[in-house]
Design a protein around this ligand. Structure first.
Ligand code: NAD
Length: 471
């Protein structure tokens, strides 16, 4: 059993003043594997006060000092790779391929930000003005369970690069992963108070961070509903916000698509991280002329997918993170049937042979129209919609007919045509033919998928305030 008894404030592991305790579960078995003692409002205040005390010195650090801190954080997390992967597999149940990517990104987040700082123009001349980019003050990061290491580290890296201090509130469902990561970050030996990590409920610790006058900025990743609550709470004190929210990504298959190459990419972009990914491509748009072919090839591919306990490396789809999430996904499968869509593959209930754990059958609906709720709402599980379109213009219109705008996908043999279509899509990122992640490019959403961008210089800009001096 894991008993997580401490939070991290002012460079020290401390027992929270909060008395609430939350249970922790292994999604692959549904069994309880531990408990976490949660911080409360008083703990939040202590963390904010520590970050505030550390801010003046941190804000005066040189570029070289910040780069040195970032590289020591990189080395510190690299030394705990195996423990981090083990915690992520046990507590989250993410498939091996995603755990490997996520743990590696934990270290590279610091390295990429060190490169960004190195060339970042903190001082610029604009006309007659001397412009300096100033750190905002104490930043709060609020992160979700679906990529605990990655989001904590990318936000922490950006705060350090900017010369800010930070209070981090991870998901209360990721406490075992957070414990391993905090130990690693602590071993980097940064000055006390530069980063503080408080486990706690969103409506307690997260809400207090969102309204506290000493927090200058919130960097949030999570659901659109919570993002809206944070934006409202932050308004009183005019906090700067970066909101990375949900998605309902379209995958556009143009009529010259090479399905031999594309089908595995399309399916896995939809079922990315067992469907628990904000960037999942959950609406597959096929040309009418090739709809049946796409459907039968997708079905054949999904029939080969290995669903199960993610300790087995060959597993491609792991469990949902919690019973609540499992119930939610089941309710959307029922809803799809009620709305009149047809099951191409999958359906309600657990996959055959998996009697325990929060496993879902990878499911694809055909006969879906874009006004059905299964095509409009983020399900956050391995449930995809296959829609048809008549021509390119209609494909783009369906792709853009959504409140979300995080990441879309285009598949075509003609690369120039794919780029022309990409240029019409209202999403923060467009991935052509399964191109790999680019950590230096901005990441974030149009419309209800968020406000602002993370990563690279766009991410760093969002942690800074320009001051123009005219003489
Ligand atoms: P969530 O919104 O329920 O929780 C995210 C975080 O916010 C948690 O730490 C939670 O405790 C906290 N929180 C909850 N209520 C709060 C409140 N009132 N005030 C302040 N904080 C509060 O999201 P989740 O279920 O943990 O994560 C899944 C969601 O995150 C999905 O919608 C997914 O699309 C989104 N997501 C977005 C991105 C992105 O980069 N755009 C990446 C990953 C996940």
């Amino acid at each position: 059993m894991h008993n997580i008894e401490h939070i991290y404030i002012d460079g020290t592991f401390v027992t929270p003043q909060g008395q609430d305790v939350a249970d922790l579960f292994a999604p692959s078995t549904g069994e309880k594997i531990g408990q976490v003692r949660l911080g409360n409002v008083a703990d939040t205040h202590a963390a904010i006060a520590a970050a505030k005390r550390a801010f003046p010195a941190m804000s005066r650090t040189s570029k070289e000092e910040r780069i040195a801190m970032l590289l020591s954080l990189r080395d510190a997390v690299s030394a705990r790779t195996e423990d981090m992967a083990a915690a992520m597999t046990e507590e989250y149940g993410a498939p091996h391929y995603f755990t490997t990517f996520s743990v590696a990104r934990t270290a590279t987040a610091f390295e990429e930000m060190a490169k960004t700082v190195d060339t970042y123009p903190f001082r610029r001349t604009m006309g007659r003005a001397e412009v300096s980019m100033e750190p905002l003050g104490v930043v709060a990061a609020i992160t979700p369970w679906n990529s605990n290491f990655g989001f904590i580290c990318s936000k922490l890296a950006t705060a350090i690069a900017a010369g800010s201090t930070i209070v981090i509130k991870p998901s209360e469902m990721s406490a075992i992963q957070t414990q391993v990561l905090t130990e690693a970050l602590h071993s980097a030996g940064l000055p006390s108070g530069v980063f503080n990590i408080v486990n706690g409920y969103g409506h307690v610790v997260g809400a207090e961070l969102s309204r506290h006058p000493d927090i200058a900025k919130i960097s949030f990743t999570g659901s659109t509903a919570t993002g809206r609550a944070i934006l409202t709470a932050a308004a009183d004190t005019f906090k700067r916000v970066t909101l990375e929210l949900g998605g309902k990504g379209p995958q556009l298959l143009l009529d010259d698509v090479d399905l031999d190459q594309a089908i595995p990419k399309i399916a896995m972009a939809g079922f990315n991280n067992s469907g628990q990914a904000c960037v999942a491509g959950t609406r597959i748009l096929a040309p009418e002329s090739r709809y049946d072919e796409v459907a039968s090839r997708l079905k054949a591919f999904v029939d080969t997918l290995k669903v199960g306990d993610s300790r087995a490396e060959e597993v491609q789809i792991g469990p949902m993170v919690s019973e609540k999430q499992w119930e939610r996904v089941q309710s959307y499968i029922r809803l799809g049937i009620q709305e009149g869509a047809s099951l191409l593959v999958g359906g309600e209930g657990r996959p055959e042979g998996l009697e325990r754990g929060w496993f879902v059958q990878p499911t694809i609906f055909t006969g879906v129209s874009n006004d059905m709720r299964i095509a409009r709402e983020e399900i956050f599980g391995p449930v995809l919609c296959l829609l048809s379109y008549r021509d390119e213009e209609e494909a783009v219109a369906i792709a853009n007919d959504t409140d979300y705008g995080l990441q879309s996908y285009v598949y075509a043999t003609d690369q120039e045509r794919a780029k022309r279509v990409a240029g019409q899509l209202e999403t923060g990122r467009v991935v052509i033919n399964g191109a790999p992640h680019e950590p230096l490019a901005p990441f974030g959403g149009f419309k209800h998928s968020g406000i602002g961008r993370e990563f690279g210089t766009f991410g760093l800009d969002a942690f800074m305030e320009p001051r123009a001096v005219l003489s």
